[in-house]
Design a protein around this ligand. Sequence first.
Ligand SMILES: NC(=O)c1ccc[n+]([C@@H]2O[C@H](COP(=O)([O-])OP(=O)(O)OC[C@H]3O[C@@H](n4cnc5c(N)ncnc54)[C@H](OP(=O)(O)O)[C@@H]3O)[C@@H](O)[C@H]2O)c1
Length: 230
Amino acid sequence: MVSGDPARPRVIVNCAVSVDGRLAYAQGRRAHLSGPEDLKRVHALRAESDAILVGIGTVLLDDPSLRVKPELLGATHGGAPLRVVVDSRGRTPAGARVLDAFAPTLVATAGACDREFPSHVEVLRSGVNEVDLGRLLAHLATRGVRSVMVEGGARVIASFVRGGLVDRLYVYVAPVLIGGTTAPSLMLGPECPGPESAVGLTVESAERLGAGTLLRYRPSPHAVAAHAAQ
Ligand SMILES: NC(=O)c1ccc[n+]([C@@H]2O[C@H](COP(=O)([O-])OP(=O)(O)OC[C@H]3O[C@@H](n4cnc5c(N)ncnc54)[C@H](OP(=O)(O)O)[C@@H]3O)[C@@H](O)[C@H]2O)c1
């Protein structure tokens, strides 16, 4: 186990946003915000992770394969990371790429979900109205998963961040503005009425990557209080 908490794997949230912090276009339409340099970094991060996780919203809108593309890495890599879908009600379409048999997949549903999945798909049922992410991480730990890369989307990122389950946040900022009222931002979910609910971060690094900027943060409970005091 390599996170600060021995009961769960290390969790890295990785995403690409516009300068105004949007993950996608209006109504959540997929935006290809990573340039070639960032795509290579993302696939290297996937390759070194034991599991890659997304929410059902991302599966429905983007239909990602969540596989490592060796052609982007220029090197061979080990086994395919476990693909994890957080899907309370079992809405993952039967034809979704994440359910193909090219890599192992675990679908995490709420406890009451009785949807059946193909035999090559592992199912973990936990939580009442939504998936219990703490229990999911604990289960992954017992299965030998030491690192999880959370790729999105906005609600799943918010739940991980607000649940105190994130060790690092990597944000690639593409040099573009999206705007509008329905393009999702990096976090959706519970409102943030004031600084007491904001999530403080500490910058670990900031670097130019291709045409954009790669920012690496770690959660920092003191950062908000420091800003609020100014
Ligand atoms: N730019 C990037 O790097 C990037 C990466 C990934 C995705 N995206 C974008 O993100 C958008 C999708 O984001 P999204 O917020 O709509 O969907 P999401 O975060 O992928 O999935 C959210 C859904 O997961 C389910 N869920 C189950 N347990 C949950 C829990 N404990 N916490 C949170 N969610 C839980 C809920 O649906 P149920 O109640 O039905 O279970 C919830 O609505 C798309 O536009 C996609 O293109 C962008």
